[in-house]
Design a protein around this ligand. Structure first.
Ligand code: TXA
Ligand code: MG
Length: 342
């Protein structure tokens, strides 16, 4: 059975951490909050534990995991040579939503963590619960997002329960995560470094610290038949009803709703607050128009909420790809499988 323990401002949280640490040391998995999404962790040097992550998630074994650490100093235990630029980025953005792909020291991490690659992604999360757990455990924690493979990443403990109840022993419940979409994944083994997955730390923010950074366009990604971040080739973030992207324009959305309603579709609309009265059967507001922070924090919760409605189709309005918009649009395009409403 899956136990869920509240750890925010709770007098029993010491006991909860002890339970989590004991489970992890015994080769078990534990779900915990980070500032991006909930992670499903195992000790990164314990292959038996790490394999349980793949089992619980139904994750393909060729998709490597991110290793989470509680202090910058620990990086040296796992990385062959830390590039100068990586040090600068850690100083600036850690703890925070930036995963750095570097050359791994061979033979230290569990083989399933790196899925056969010579590199490993590392990050120091910016969340009290995650950091407390890591510092009490004093070991690296391999953790993907704590959802069943293919589903939107969990931003609340309830989401983890929905997907993994009965499959994992413990969820540390630290409430809703802040950023709401996964960390930026930056490959720093190449020059200039390449963004493999856009996230909360944007291209613009990275370039201020280390100069030129490549953010591949969708077309480049398509031409590149083997995606560099193995996880990016799989279906992602998908609710049950099909998602279609649509321009963030009230006329366009209103016409789409009329047409679809006439065909008997039940429509869920994800859009800015001002789109409320356009006639959708179910409405999930992102927040005020252009508030990308709000949009990223609500996106996965909204996509999951669509599954609890009778919607037969989901329309999601888009946002500009400036700043964190690049990450939001990356996730929306994946949720929609690239489909636009026409
Ligand atoms: O915010 C996050 O990053 C969350 C929290 C829990 O930390 N974690 C997360 O992990 O999103 P996951 O496993 O769902 O996504 C990790 C991504 C995948 O696309 C994976 O393919 C890529 O990072 N990745 C991991 N290691 C890699 C490596 N050595 N080379 C290239 N890509 C890698
Ligand atoms: Mg994931």
């Amino acid at each position: 059975e899956t136990i869920r323990l509240l750890v925010d401002n709770n007098s029993n949280s010491e006991k909860s951490y002890t339970q989590a640490v004991d489970l992890l040391n015994n080769g078990e998995v534990v779900a915990f909050p980070t500032e991006t999404v909930y992670g499903l962790g195992a000790v990164a040097t314990n292959d038996r534990g790490v394999k349980k992550i793949f089992e619980a998630k139904g994750r393909p074994s060729d998709n490597p995991l991110i290793v989470h650490i509680g202090t910058i100093e620990e990086v040296a235990n796992f990385i062959e040579e830390i590039p100068e630029n990586a040090l600068k980025l850690m100083d600036t953005f850690w703890p925070g939503p930036l995963t750095l792909i570097m050359k791994a020291k061979p033979g230290i991490l569990a083989p399933s963590v790196t899925a056969g690659l010579t590199t490993v992604g590392m990050r120091m999360p910016d969340h009290e619960v995650a950091l407390d757990l890591l510092r009490k455990l004093k070991k690296p924690v391999a953790a993907p997002s704590a959802n069943r493979s293919g589903k939107p990443s969990p931003t609340k403990a309830e989401h983890v329960e929905e997907d993994l109840k009965g499959r994992i022993p413990l969820i540390l419940d630290g409430g809703a995560t802040g950023i709401g979409i996964e960390s930026t994944v930056l490959d720093i083994t190449v020059n200039p470094p390449v963004i493999l997955r856009p996230g909360g730390v944007t291209k613009e923010m990275l370039e201020e610290v280390i100069g030129e950074v490549i953010q591949p366009t969708k077309l480049q990604e398509k031409l590149d038949s083997t995606p560099k971040a193995p996880g990016m080739k799989y279906t992602h973030y998908a609710p049950n009803a099909p998602v279609y992207l649509i321009e963030s324009d009230q006329m366009t959305v209103s016409e789409a709703i009329s047409k679809l309603s006439n065909k008997g579709e039940k429509i869920a609309l994800l859009a800015p607050l001002s789109f409320e009265n356009l006639g959708a059967d179910f409405f999930f507001p992102y927040g005020e128009e252009g508030d990308q922070e709000m949009m990223s924090s609500k996106l996965y919760d909204d996509l999951r909420a669509c599954d609890k409605t009778q919607a037969t189709i989901i329309l999601a309005t888009t946002t500009s790809i400036q700043g964190v918009g690049a990450a939001i649009m990356n996730r929306l395009e994946k949720a929609a499988g690239g489909n636009w409403y026409k």
